[in-house]
Design a protein around this ligand. Structure first.
Ligand SMILES: [Zn+2]
Length: 254
């Protein structure tokens, strides 16, 4: 019996090792074989883009908590996730963002309702093309680490919008004016929560503002947005704005 149990253990371990050889995929950044999304060397590279001051409160109605700067390896990693389907990258980036939340998130007042996480949704057509919503994948890992409740379908995208990057600030706002709707199935529970949105990138904030406005129109409290990256140009602008308002842009949320 003992010999048989040992044989089974050996077979199980052997099968696992054999499977890991077949399941190993190339690292999306350096193409080396790795079983865990990004290889250790590229994880170090991506961490070079981590922001020293993740939290920014210079926007009047939305706190922005971002893990890193949208540049270099982080930009490449997010591109690989969204456009080449390297979904393993979301586990690493979602966990990093979750760790930043645990270290820097604002301490809510005692009377505040419980936090709920709502990822920015994709329009169903885009979701079908891509096969996944990167914000939702990031949020799944983020919520696994932080133990916050996730409402993947709390918001729905009801309008297919033009790609934002080619538009001016005003055009972006118009483009997104009626892009989102609150999912009636979750409206009640979200109404008793404080919502934090979650997305991959924060650029001008037009998407976040539109999503927050949609939730607020239904009486739902929105505190801010967590993103893996924020555009460097926006950071500079936010710093300048904070300086004008005599705030120290380097302080974190606490
Ligand atoms: Zn690599």
């Amino acid at each position: 019996m003992v010999a048989r149990a040992a044989l089974q253990t050996w077979l199980t371990q052997g099968t696992r090792q054999l499977l890991s050889l077949f399941l190993a995929e190339p690292c999306p950044l350096c193409q080396r074989s790795t079983p865990a999304g990004l290889c250790p060397s590229c994880r170090r590279q991506v961490r070079q883009c981590q922001a020293q001051t993740p939290c920014d409160r210079s926007l009047p109605s939305l706190t922005v908590l971002s893990w890193g700067r949208y540049e270099g390896s982080l930009r490449q990693a997010i591109g690989g996730l969204k456009y080449s389907g390297h979904t393993g990258t979301a586990r690493f980036l979602g966990a990093e963002l979750g760790q930043t939340w645990l270290e820097h998130s604002p301490r809510p007042p005692a009377s505040a309702s419980a936090v709920a996480i709502v990822p920015i949704p994709l329009h169903p057509t885009r979701l079908q093309q891509r096969g996944f919503n990167q914000a939702d994948l990031l949020a799944q890992e983020f919520c696994r680490l932080t133990r916050l409740p996730l409402y993947s379908h709390g918001l729905v995208r009801v309008q297919a919008t033009q790609a934002q990057h080619s538009l001016s600030r005003q055009q972006r706002q118009q483009n997104l004016a009626h892009a989102f709707a609150v999912n009636p199935a979750h409206a009640s529970v979200l109404g008793q929560s404080t919502v934090w949105l979650l997305d991959d990138i924060f650029t001008t904030g037009a998407t976040a503002q539109s999503a927050a406005q949609t939730l607020r129109h239904r009486g739902i409290t929105v505190a801010g947005i967590c993103t893996v990256a924020r555009a460097v140009a926006w950071s500079a602008q936010a710093s300048a704005s904070a300086t004008r308002r005599h705030l120290d842009p380097r302080v974190d949320c606490r």
